[in-house]
Design a binder for this molecule. Structure first.
Ligand SMILES: [Fe+2]
Length: 433
């Protein structure tokens, strides 16, 4: 009898989904398919990413292996006054052979300017807008995208309102070794990823290791989604950083070594030491497995990385840490070492892009005091940095036909917050930065 009562109490008080009473939770939705409907020589899966100061990397795939890695581009439609040549690669995964994957770095480009471009000399014309050189700037953030009808809903809501850069904290295609799903994902996101830079870092669904045959993993991810790691002094596509407007953004790797002796840790120390808050007053980081998480899904999975890295991010006065992995939205207060700390980063879990695994419905009850808003719904976030000191964060839940802003908060940069400038805590005064 006692066991039954305890079980009932557990159900109601520990694993009861945190759901707003006025909101009916939607069901998972099926995968969508985007077949290849261009000729073999025409570009498909076109996407762009920032590639060092005033440069953009254009990436695409052709079934025809002989297509040249050339991008022609210009500021007027059909008039390409410049061109650049890059390189291409391809890979095999068991019986699957990828198309030719092209990466071409173009520039220098002017800020806040629309460029028209053509890939490999044939196929449709594409266009993108470069980000601004100064504030204001708007980032969209959505992790764990996948390729379901919820993904298309999230992407439609993202595309319905202007923004400058898309940030993805891991778990892109959910191909999970089924390589053709990487191709359909590339086609699904092309309308968005060819028009605004997509800056991504890896999640567990990108690993795709197989014992003995593919022990190192990330074969598809690294081939298809080349990020500016060389431009930021990193030796690995699994972690890198970039500057845009007045923000320095660090894309960390949750699934590569991060201990104090690792290449990633040493690179991060060097990267943080080079940040000049007078030039980039805003500083934020993206990871995949969250360090703070009151959802029952993936609880504790980010703990070893938190223990290794949290202190140097805190010392550097990182403003924000975005994570994915948990398929829900959760916003914490500014936090350090499991306690509220006005000089620590605000942590946000935003692994709610729309993937096939569905939502992570169960949160701990009661909510920990550092967790300020949490909800298991698909959606996306927007970070609008207005100036050197102030930014607005908002989270937009996917309703059926529109995106509804369900959470928002104003932020003040720690770079400008006098009390938190430099390393003010005597506890860390002797720590190496
Ligand atoms: Fe994940």
């Amino acid at each position: 009898m006692e066991t039954i009562i305890l079980a009932i109490l557990f159900f109601f008080f520990i694993i009861t989904p945190h759901v707003s009473p006025e909101y009916t939770r939607p069901n998972p939705r099926p995968l969508v398919s985007r077949p290849h409907n261009r000729s073999d020589s025409e570009p498909q899966q076109v996407h762009i990413s920032l590639a060092g100061k005033d440069h953009m990397r254009v990436s695409w795939i052709t079934s025809d292996k002989k297509v040249q890695s050339v991008v022609e581009y210009g500021k007027a439609s059909g008039k390409y006054e410049a061109s650049a040549t890059g390189e291409s690669t391809s890979y095999h995964y068991f019986f699957y052979s990828s198309g030719e994957i092209h990466h071409v770095r173009i520039g220098p480009l002017e800020p806040s300017t629309t460029y028209y471009y053509k890939c490999g000399g044939s196929g449709p014309e594409f266009s993108f807008r470069t980000p601004p050189s100064a504030f204001p700037i708007e980032f969209v953030v959505a992790g764990d995208l996948g390729q379901t009808e919820w993904t298309t809903s999230t992407l439609a809501h993202i595309g319905a309102k202007d923004y400058d850069i898309f940030l993805l904290p891991g778990d892109l295609s959910y191909a999970d070794t089924q390589q053709p799903l990487w191709d359909s994902f590339g086609r699904l996101v092309e309308p968005y990823a060819s028009t605004r830079p997509w800056m991504v870092t890896e999640g567990n669904h990108e690993i795709e290791t197989f014992p003995i045959i593919y022990p190192h993993g990330f074969k598809a991810y690294n081939s298809r989604w080349q990020m500016p790691y060389q431009e930021s002094g990193s030796k690995s596509n699994l972690y890198y950083s970039f500057d845009v407007a007045g923000a320095h953004i660090i894309m960390l790797g949750s699934y590569t070594d991060f201990d104090v002796k690792s290449d990633q840790y040493k690179w991060l120390q060097h990267d943080l030491a080079s940040v000049d808050r007078s030039k980039t007053p805003w500083l934020f980081a993206l990871i995949h497995a969250p360090w703070y998480n009151s959802n029952l899904a993936h609880k504790g999975e980010g703990e070893s990385m938190r223990k290794a890295i949290e202190q140097i991010l805190y010392n550097a006065r990182v403003d924000l840490v975005f994570a994915g992995h948990v398929h829900a939205y959760e916003r914490f207060t500014r936090v350090y070492d499991n306690k509220g700390d006005q000089c620590g980063p605000m942590h946000v879990t935003i692994g709610d892009g729309g993937n096939r695994e569905g939502l992570a419905m169960m949160f701990e009850n009661p909510s920990p005091s550092i967790s300020l808003y949490r909800e298991p719904s698909f959606g996306h976030g927007r970070l609008r940095i207005l100036n050197n000191t102030h930014a607005h964060w908002s989270w937009h839940r996917n309703n059926d036909s529109n995106a509804a802003m369900a959470d928002e908060i104003w932020l003040e940069s720690l770079g400008s917050y006098a009390m938190c400038k430099g390393i003010t805590s005597s506890k860390f005064a002797n720590d190496e930065l």
